[in-house]
Design a protein around this ligand. Structure first.
Ligand SMILES: [Zn+2]
Length: 84
């Protein structure tokens, strides 16, 4: 028996947020900052409280969409404005 509510559902892309990668010299590795909103609106530098304990000035590039909910990240904010 067909379910009319289910057939109406559209295949919209799921929004997993965005990831900005930056190099941490202290930890000697690449960190990933997850942000919920599209960074394209304002790409001025951000001050990131890194897991290494320091705050790094980070250029908002490169960034890209997360492809899945399982994609790992090192820290997370809702908006980049929180880091300015
Ligand atoms: Zn760091």
């Amino acid at each position: 028996m067909p379910n009319p509510r289910r057939s109406k559902k559209r295949a919209e892309p799921v929004d997993y947020g965005w990831v900005i990668s930056f190099g941490c010299k202290t930890a000697g590795k690449l960190m990933r900052l997850k942000v919920d909103t599209d960074p394209a609106g304002d790409t001025s530098p951000i001050e990131v409280p890194c897991p290494c304990g320091e705050t790094h000035r980070v250029i908002v590039s490169p960034y890209r969409r997360r492809r899945s909910a399982e994609e790992p990240f090192d820290l997370e904010v809702a908006k980049l404005d929180q880091l300015r």
